[in-house]
Ligand binder design. Sequence first.
Ligand code: FAD
Length: 303
Amino acid sequence: MAKWLNNVLVKTVPFAPKFVVGLVAKKYVSGETVDDALRVINDLNRQSFNTTVDILGEHIQYLDETELYVNMYAELISRINPIKNSNTISLKLSMLGIELDRDKAWQNFETILKPAKQNRLSLCIDMEDSSLTDITLEFFKKGKSLYQDVTTVLQAYLFRSHDDLESILPLRPNVRICKGIYKESPKIAYQDPDRIREKFFSLVKILLKSDGFAAIATHDLELISVCEEYIKTNNIPAERYEFQALYGVPIQNTLKRLVEDGHTVRIYVPYGKDWYPYSMRRLKENPDIAGYIFKDFFRIKSR
Ligand SMILES: Cc1cc2nc3c(=O)[nH]c(=O)nc-3n(C[C@H](O)[C@H](O)[C@H](O)COP(=O)(O)OP(=O)(O)OC[C@H]3O[C@@H](n4cnc5c(N)ncnc54)[C@H](O)[C@@H]3O)c2cc1C
């Protein structure tokens, strides 16, 4: 989609009436409640997809807000089916108060981690903007020392990600590799799409050559096919990697085909009442999303 059109859309979409944004968010958010999310998860499981479930909300202003999210995660953990790692959970440290009080955020994280460990539910710490990279990796390392199924994310666009990966490789980590969604400065992040793709593939290869597990999180069909080819050529066993996609992104045909070919595919399923600010923030952070929404309105067909 032309950049100028994306920019026009970004400027106008935030003024759209809430119900219009709601229609769009409906496609990308499984609902407002845990029941909504469970319905979507069960449906995806029936289609042989695994899921990772995320409760919407980030960058809280007051520490007491964290209690709500911790309770919501506790409920989700008690109700989700972890059998054979088919469903996992994802969370953001900013919703646990990491920007306000690190000790409290750790306390919140541990409160979520304990029942997750009891229920053998894998827990992924999403990666947020670069101001939180160090602390996210710190929580990941500390969390993994308490429970081996704590996982995290590295962003291919950050210059530092190769070093970060090398530093955690001895832990035999499960790492989601993504391109990165936040607007980052050219001083610390690649801006060129081809360079980001190249870095993405290189991070995936490092994980696959080591004892790590690669969660290949992209909707970029070219990148999916390059990774698939590498996996095939090098006889990488199915328990060493998986493909991941966001709920609602129109690449169902590709995802179904991946499952049919014996690959594991995990869908990232967000839910919660915070869908409006989430959708708006995503629009501001990454104008390309306006293009995806625009395509959606015109029902551009699934790949
Ligand atoms: C499972 C998962 C978890 C993620 N977790 C994180 C995280 O923790 N931290 C982080 O910074 N980023 C995260 N991301 C976002 C990621 O960093 C990218 O910003 C996002 O996936 C778009 O990049 P892409 O690799 O899909 O390639 P792109 O080149 O952006 O997209 C490839 C094609 O897919 C389509 N597409 C991509 N995204 C969408 C969309 N939302 N709706 C409709 N079509 C779309 C477009 O048509 C585009 O042509 C995650 C992504 C996934 C799939």
